[in-house]
Structures are given as structure tokens and as C-alpha cells.
Design a protein around this ligand. Structure first.
Ligand code: SF4
Length: 319
């Protein structure tokens, strides 16, 4: 099978969470339990909660093993990240098991978590190495507005299922919260969300913003100021090391390597950084760190945002 004939795998794409990630598309386009207002794939055309077979298990698994067989060193993770909800595929548990049997790569699943109230769905994920669960809101009313779930779903059941899964899953559990300005950016609600996330004891907590055209034109990312506030709130509740911003370029380490400008822009894309800290780190590689930062601000690459008495550098983003 040549690479061009693959139907169920794509990439590998560079992913900040997973390195070089070979995507597995195990459900048809826009087959989902949700129709999120921010979905970059547009509105859901097949809104369903029925778990079933979409493709033959063997065709999916053999594509993964053939691909890895040809370009093994270019793949860090095999990731179920389809154009819809991966747990709608009733064979996903066996697919994960078979992939892990056939290729020496860890397997990740990015799910909206809406089917985790089902025991079979929770069990299907137990062999994965990395699972990301979506937690955008905890209020029923906001959930219906932001995630637009299938009418058979109940948020309380889903949250209980997520808690149950967090107790039994032995791999890396991560959460993902997509922030839509004025929909789920209320700090009091986010405080409750952060407490719920903390109770799951996840390995990492990702905060995402819409950076690609969303299903609904009224969806906007939070302002940089708001984002810093939310980042600070989450970091405070969950620990700075655990919280990262998603949808933006790969973060480097907290020391300068390579080109200092790229380094700083990449870093502040995911971790708003205290100006004082940046100046100290940059001192070793840049002659005049203050003018270096001022120039980036003048070019609108970064913003300096005052929050809680400190100046933070944040990446400017636009939609
Ligand atoms: S859960 Fe994911 S695929 Fe489904 S509508 Fe929301 S963003 Fe799109």
C-alpha cells in the first residue's frame, strides 16, 4: 500500500502535546456526539450517540502498521483524532490493543468525553497511553450552548464517567478546555472547572483558544488580558507546571536555544511569561533584552499585559 492510498491515517503532524503524531481517523467526517460552536470542522452533520462499526478493524490497524513500518522514526505517537468523536467507533478498544501489539509506539486518544458515562467506552480506553478529555463547561445551560450535545446526553452522567475513568486509567490523563469569549470565560465558573479538573489529578491541563475558523462566526477567543487571567487562575489551582496553552506553536524549554526571537515567541505562545523572568533568561544571549522585547511589541508579535501587579509577555494572536 502506498502512502497515497491510506484512508484512515494522516500526518504525521507536529503536535505540541504528542510530538510527531500519526493521526488515525476512525469515524466519518463530522460524526459526533457534539456540535461545538467552535468546531473547526464546521457544524456536525451526523449528530449521534450510537457506537458502531464504521470501518473494518483490520483496515484501520493495518494502515497504521504499514505506515509506521515505512517511516517509524518519524512518529512519536499514534493518535486517534478523527473528524468527529473517536469513541463512537465501537471497535476502538480492539484497535488500540492491536496497534500496540503490532507497532512499538504509544497510542493517544483525544475524546470529547461525552461517552465516558458508558462502562464499555471507559474500558476501551484503558490500553491507551495518553487520553485527553474535553472539559469546557460544568453548567448544563452553558454546555448546551457551547457544545450543543446530542439530546440524549446528560452532563452530570458525563462528569461522573470522567471521574470514574480518572480513577482507573493508568496512562497520562490530560484535560482540554476550549475558551470561547463571553461563553465560558467567566472567572467564577472557571474556578469551579479548575477545582473539578484538580479532582481528576490529570498529568497536564490544556487550555485552548479558537485559532481557526469556527463553526459559528460569533465565536471569538478571549482577549490576551483575559487569557492571562485565566491562565493565572488555572496555574494557581493546578500548578504552573501542569497548565499549558494549546493551539499555538511548540514550547521550547525555559532556556534560550537557537534563535532568541523564535524561542521567546514559541514560549509565550503557550506560557505567558513574566517580563522580569524573560529579561533574566534573555540576558545570556541578547545584548539589550529590553529593546529586544520592545521591538517585538512594536511589530505586534507580543503584547505586554499587566496582571496582578506584574507585567506578562503574551503572544499576539488573531483569527
Ligand atoms: S467534539 Fe470535537 S469534533 Fe465534535 S463538534 Fe466538538 S470540536 Fe467538533
Amino acid at each position: 500500500m502506498s502512502v497515497s492510498t491510506f484512508k484512515h491515517v494522516f500526518g504525521p503532524v507536529r503536535s505540541r502535546r504528542l510530538g510527531r503524531s500519526l493521526g488515525v481517523n476512525n469515524v466519518p467526517y463530522k460524526t459526533c456526539t457534539y456540535s461545538c460552536i467552535y468546531c473547526q470542522l464546521g457544524r456536525t452533520t451526523n449528530l449521534t450517540v450510537e457506537r458502531r462499526t464504521f470501518y473494518s478493524l483490520e483496515s484501520t490497524v493495518s494502515e497504521v502498521s504499514e505506515f509506521i513500518g515505512s517511516v517509524s522514526e518519524d512518529v512519536d505517537y499514534v493518535t486517534f483524532v478523527p473528524d468527529g468523536e473517536p469513541l463512537l467507533d465501537i471497535n476502538i478498544g480492539r484497535e488500540i490493543f492491536e496497534i500496540k501489539n503490532r507497532v512499538p509506539k504509544p497510542v493517544a486518544v483525544l475524546t470529547n468525553a461525552s461517552l465516558l458515562f458508558r462502562e464499555d467506552a471507559r474500558e476501551d480506553l484503558l490500553n491507551a497511553d495518553f487520553v485527553s478529555v474535553k472539559i469546557d463547561v460544568l453548567k448544563e445551560g452553558t454546555w448546551k450552548i457551547v457544545n450543543r450535545p446530542h439530546p440524549d446526553l446528560k452532563l452530570t452522567d458525563i462528569l461522573e464517567g470522567v471521574e470514574e475513568f480518572a480513577k482507573i486509567f493508568k496512562g497520562k490523563l490530560t484535560t482540554e478546555t476550549m475558551l470561547v469569549n463571553d461563553f465560558n470565560t467567566n472567572l467564577d465558573e472557571l474556578r469551579v472547572i479548575a477545582s473539578f479538573i484538580r479532582s481528576l489529578n490529570p498529568w497536564k491541563v490544556y487550555v485552548a483558544i479558537p485559532v481557526r475558523p469556527p463553526a459559528e462566526a460569533y465565536v471569538k477567543p478571549p482577549t490576551p488580558e483575559k487569557l492571562v487571567e485565566i491562565y493565572a487562575l488555572f496555574s494557581d489551582k493546578l500548578g504552573e507546571d501542569r497548565v499549558e496553552l494549546l493551539n499555538l506553536p511548540e514550547p521550547p524549554e525555559f532556556y534560550v536555544y537557537g534563535d532568541p526571537e523564535n524561542w521567546l515567541l514559541n514560549l509565550v505562545s503557550v506560557h505567558p511569561m513574566r517580563l522580569s523572568h524573560a529579561l533574566i533568561v534573555l540576558e545570556k544571549t541578547v545584548k539589550d533584552p529590553e529593546s529586544f522585547i520592545r521591538r517585538l511589541a512594536e511589530r505586534c508579535e507580543i503584547s505586554l499585559v499587566n496582571f496582578a501587579g506584574e507585567e506578562f509577555i503574551v503572544r499576539r494572536f488573531s483569527r
